[in-house]
Design a protein around this ligand. Structure first.
Ligand code: PMP
Length: 357
């Protein structure tokens, strides 16, 4: 097999060790002579998988007892609606508008109550994270997107919302750095960037929000029900949860989130440094707000960008095309991207610059 470096934004690279373990166990999980995919979600074996996944998450993120950990379906996009359905109930919520994903969350929330935009970076094409917020006095919650996967901007610190619960979409940077969970009312994330394959969505929610949530909702969209049933109200995405468990064990083996954070900082610095010292590449995000996960950059023309992406692909670097809505280039360097992959990309970028500057 030739070497391919995967820079896709999501679904994205998974750790090789995790893939190998899954491969080894695929036909015979736990000496059962069966795959984890083929057994009941109520079995002793799967119960252990989902419980271990929850315990590992609680350990890694230091999640206090008064938060529930839920493994849901429908992607982060279902959370855009489920949050206001459960928590807004016709009231007002504050949203920080930092890009395409925040906008989608806003669109859904408007169906269930009043949305007040507390800050926006739309004036400069979502190239920065606002640092001034106009919060309403009566907001049910404040919503933000910690990392905009398309724009390549990331909250480095989170605003102080006082007693108002902070609700955060961490789809593209969950488990990439340390977090103080007690600062948040609800965190949600699709698994398919830093946690596992597509199909499972993590929700970490404070008990107070579950208690205050609407009680007239259809079962599958009720946090209360999923919390009561420990994510086993219906058949969960068993295989995806099993892979998440393996990824969490892999993170543990690396030394936890402090080690992962340091490693991610190193990889991002290497790439941004290359961009900053070049005359060909130009970063699109404000320096202070640059994402450590999705590095977005442009070349001097769209033709040259197309050439860069095509030659990169030939050299084994895939997934470098920017999102279709913004164009340009994007290198997604999630937890599982090895340092060696970033080093190789940087070398390729320098060589391309020499030939094309
Ligand atoms: N939020 C962010 C920040 C994302 O990057 C994505 C997907 N790329 C979503 C939400 C939507 O996730 P899903 O496709 O799981 O609904």
């Amino acid at each position: 097999m030739s070497k391919t470096y995967n820079f896709y934004a999501g679904p994205a690279i998974l750790p090789q060790d995790v893939m190998k373990k899954a491969q080894n166990e695929l036909l015979d999980f736990n000496h059962m002579g069966l795959s984890i995919m083929e057994i009941s979600h109520r079995s002793k074996e799967f119960t252990e998988v989902i419980e271990t996944a929850e315990t590992k998450l609680r350990d890694l993120l230091n999640i206090p007892e008064d938060y529930s950990v839920l493994f849901l379906q429908g992607g982060a996009s279902t959370q855009f609606a489920m949050i206001p359905m459960n928590l807004l109930q016709g009231g007002t919520a504050d949203y920080i508008n930092t890009g395409a994903w925040a906008k989608k969350a806003i669109k859904e929330a408007k169906l269930f109550g009043n949305v007040h935009i507390a800050a926006s970076s739309e004036d400069r094409e979502f190239s920065y994270i606002p640092d001034r917020f106009q919060f309403s006095t009566d907001a049910a919650y404040v919503h933000l997107t910690s990392n905009e996967t398309i724009g390549g901007i990331q909250f480095q610190t989170f605003p102080d919302t006082g007693d108002v619960p902070l609700v955060v979409d961490m789809s593209s940077d969950i488990l990439s750095r340390r977090l103080d969970i007690t600062r948040f009312g609800l965190i949600y994330a699709g698994a398919q960037k830093n946690m596992g394959p597509a199909g499972v969505t993590l929700v970490i929610i404070h008990r107070d929000l579950i208690e205050a949530s609407a009680d007239n909702l259809t079962s599958m969209l009720s946090y209360r029900l999923h919390a009561e049933k420990k994510s086993l109200y219906n058949t969960p995405p068993c295989f995806a949860i099993y892979i998440v468990k393996l990824v969490l064990e892999w993170i543990e083996g690396l030394g936890g989130l402090a080690a992962v954070e340091a490693f991610n900082n190193e990889k991002a610095a290497m790439l941004y440094d290359t961009i900053d010292h070049s005359r060909l590449y130009r970063g699109t995000a404000a320096e202070a707000d640059r994402s450590k996960m999705n590095v977005t950059f442009r070349l001097s023309s769209e033709d040259l960008e197309a050439k860069f992406i095509a030659e990169a692909k030939q050299a084994g670097f895939v997934g470098l095309k920017g999102h279709r809505s913004v164009g340009g280039c994007r290198a997604s360097i999630y937890n599982a991207m090895p340092l060696e992959g970033v080093k190789a990309l940087v070398e390729f970028m320098r060589a391309f610059e020499k030939d094309n500057a």
